[in-house]
Design a protein. Structure first.
Length: 360
């Protein structure tokens, strides 16, 4: 049973707030905290009961494993006994940062963290509040993104409050997150080199260090963000569910040169890839009820950083539909398109896709 709570939002740079958060982690209570990618909902990774509370607060199905956040590259040794030169190389080059390495799991990590898999995802986040929280609690912190399962990832404390505020006690506020999309997830266990999720660290940068990555074939495993049709079996890359990161209204991806038909009285929102993309769409006659242009120049960096923020705002604008413009799939563009496709699949109004709207 979840007791009704009302999360306190405390400044992440306040030592007292941090001490309270560290106490909560040690006591087995989940705490939401900022990272450079998105906000996470953290719990002591070594305490199965605390981790269960995270699954419960998110309505997350138990077959989807959590990332374990550690404070320093040196701690890797206590989780990964078969240290692989590629792991050391990537960790040294990109940690702290938006890269999750999936390695062979050690026995000290409870099975609930990894959904029964024999691998564990590890990362050192690049955010002072996250690093201080891990250090102050003296525990590795298992944390998924701090949204309801299938919902939009939070890039601000208020986004967490809106989705989970009645289910958790404490949110550390670190302002808007810098990168805005989740970490890139790479499987290296068992000699593999497989991209499981494109994210905040461009694949090209990883490949420059360790050579080409494989992409998991048949990447989409489950077809419903709420797991209605999902197999309860642990899958190798369970997070690659098609429907995910979904706003509460249907989202479609439409290039700017294709006219958007808006029916009389229909409220359509536009997530434009650039100011030029917006002009182009409007020049073709569409009248939008709300428009978001996170990156006027079309740069992928501000677009990634502002993507979920823009979707959260459009989600709140009482629209009938959201139209998002695509971007080239290079660098951060891969993560952006991955999230847009999942938002499109998850918001599918045709029936199977669970809308990401939190239940009230
Ligand atoms: O940037 C991020 O990664 C954020 C911040 C909070 O660190 N976290 C995040 O967690 O996005 P989550 O749970 O929303 O996504 C974690 C992804 C999921 O796709 C999950 O399936 C995958 O990582 N993952 C975690 N452990 C895994 C494992 N052992 N094997 C395969 N995939 C794994
Ligand atoms: Mg997530």
């Amino acid at each position: 049973m979840i007791e009704a709570m009302n999360a306190r939002i405390l400044p992440g740079d306040d030592p007292e707030a941090l001490a309270a958060a560290a106490d909560a982690i040690r006591a087995g209570d989940p705490v939401a905290f900022p990272t450079e990618t998105v906000y996470g909902l953290g719990a002591n990774a070594l305490d199965p009961l605390a981790v269960a509370r995270v699954f419960e607060a998110k309505d997350r199905p138990s077959f989807d494993p959590l990332i374990v956040h550690i404070a320093a590259v040196g701690e890797l040794k206590s989780y990964d006994d078969l240290v692989d030169p590629r792991v050391e190389r990537l960790a040294a080059r990109f940690w702290p940062g938006p890269l999750t390495l999936v390695l062979r799991k050690r026995a000290l990590i409870p099975g609930i963290v990894t959904a029964g898999l024999d691998t564990v995802g590890l990362r050192v986040p690049d955010h002072p509040v996250a690093l201080r929280l891990i250090a102050a609690s003296g525990r590795p912190i298992a944390a998924p993104s701090a949204n309801r399962f299938g919902g939009l990832s939070p890039t601000r404390a208020e986004h967490v409050q809106r989705q989970l505020g009645d289910r958790i006690g404490l949110i550390l506020d670190g302002g808007p997150t810098r990168i805005g999309v989740e970490s890139t997830v790479v499987l290296l266990a068992g000699g593999r080199r497989t991209l499981l999720r494109p994210g905040g660290l461009p694949v090209e940068e990883i490949e420059a260090e360790i050579g080409p990555l494989e992409v998991e074939p048949g990447a989409a495993l489950a077809d419903d963000a709420r797991g209605r049709h999902a197999h309860e079996q642990p899958a190798r890359s369970p997070g690659r569910m098609t429907a995910h990161y979904a706003p509460g209204v249907p989202l479609v991806i439409v290039p700017p040169e294709i006219p958007v038909a808006v029916a009389p009285g229909e409220r359509v929102g536009l997530l434009a890839a650039s100011a030029a993309g917006r002009e182009r769409a409007e020049a073709l006659g569409a009248r939008f009820a709300a428009v978001e242009v996170p990156a006027p120049d079309g740069d992928p960096l501000p677009l990634a950083a502002g993507l979920f923020e823009a979707l959260h705002r459009l989600d709140a604008a009482e629209l009938d539909r959201i139209v998002a413009q695509p971007v080239p799939e290079v660098g951060l563009g891969r993560a952006i398109m991955d999230r847009l496709r999942r938002a499109a699949a998850g918001s599918d109004s045709s029936g199977t896709g669970g809308a990401g709207q939190p239940k009230r």
